[in-house]
Design a protein around this ligand. Structure first.
Ligand code: ELE
Length: 281
């Protein structure tokens, strides 16, 4: 089955603490609307901005609802990375994932060592989260091959040919961009889509059209998704999603936490109106 994976938002209250009940409500709704797997502590979940304790909490809140989970453990603090891998070892999940050590200028063999170390500790499959636009490091098929133990990849990359090549390794392969969902759902193992937080049913519908071979309808829907997704960019994609879930899915997922700043009321109103108009919802 081709999978729809949502990198889940991390719901915060006004004090900046994670609200576990909101996580559960959100996960239940996503699964009901056709999402297969929840990606925890991804970019949309502000993974790099969470503490180790918060990352663990997010995993457990999601696990209260489903074990269809990929747990992102990446950090620049190696001790914490391995503690999170060990934490996952005691739980039933699909895989752990990590982006590479970012920020620093390091030789490739450090990246290889980083992932090998995770593999040596993890009892779960280890997935690569490749997002060169954010991390400044591209772990392509050749480097992934050198690492040797990578069992899946989420490639957030506009270069779809780059993503396809991981299939040479026979591993689970997903592209992480909304505007390539049609391609990902057609020929990869699925798609990882942040916008699935607030429009999961559109991605499910897209998968249905593709499955039925109705590519004309699939393309029209992809273009509609792109227009909605593009609308959120000037407001801050991640911040926007909190308000769009509330308006379009009908429940509260809390507020963003700085450095993802909350949006002013008039901006929210403007954004919601624009999105509703395109979606016709
Ligand atoms: C996307 C990134 C991409 C979804 C995650 C994801 O959130 O972990 O700003 O669209 O390039 O790959 O969020 O973000 P943009 O996998």
């Amino acid at each position: 089955m081709v999978e729809i994976i949502v990198p889940i938002l991390t719901p915060f209250n006004e004090k900046g603490e994670i609200d576990g009940e909101k996580v559960k409500t959100h996960v239940e709704n996503l699964l009901k609307k056709g999402v297969d797997i929840i990606f925890v502590n991804g970019t949309t979940g502000v993974g790099p901005a969470l503490s180790k304790d918060e990352k663990r909490k997010m995993l457990d809140y999601v696990l209260d609802v489903t074990n269809k989970v990929i747990f992102q453990v990446g950090s620049l603090n190696m001790k914490e990375v391995l503690e999170l891998v060990n934490y996952a070892n005691d739980r039933d999940i699909i895989a752990v994932a990590s982006y590479p050590p970012y920020y620093f200028s390091i030789p490739k063999d450090f990246i290889v060592k980083y992932f090998k170390e995770i593999c040596s500790v993890s009892k779960h499959p280890v997935y690569l989260y490749n997002y060169p636009g954010a991390t400044g490091k591209d772990i392509d098929v050749n480097l992934a091959k050198e690492i040797g133990c990578i069992k899946g990849v989420k490639d957030t990359n506009p270069d779809f040919a780059h993503t396809i090549r991981y299939k040479e390794l026979g591993i689970k392969t997903y592209n992480g961009l909304e505007n390539l969902a049609i391609a990902s759902l057609s020929i990869l193992d699925g798609t990882v889509v942040g916008a699935g937080n607030y429009m999961p049913e559109l991605f499910s519908q897209l998968r249905e059209y593709i499955k039925a071979g109705d590519m004309r309808k699939a393309l029209d829907l992809q273009l509609k998704i792109d227009e909605i997704d593009g609308t959120t960019i000037p407001y801050g994609k991640i911040s926007s999603m909190y308000y769009l879930v509330k308006e379009l899915q009908g429940y509260d997922v809390g507020v963003p936490r700085p450095p993802m700043y909350p949006l002013e009321e008039n901006k929210v109103k403007e954004l919601v109106e624009k999105v509703r108009k395109i979606w016709n919802k």
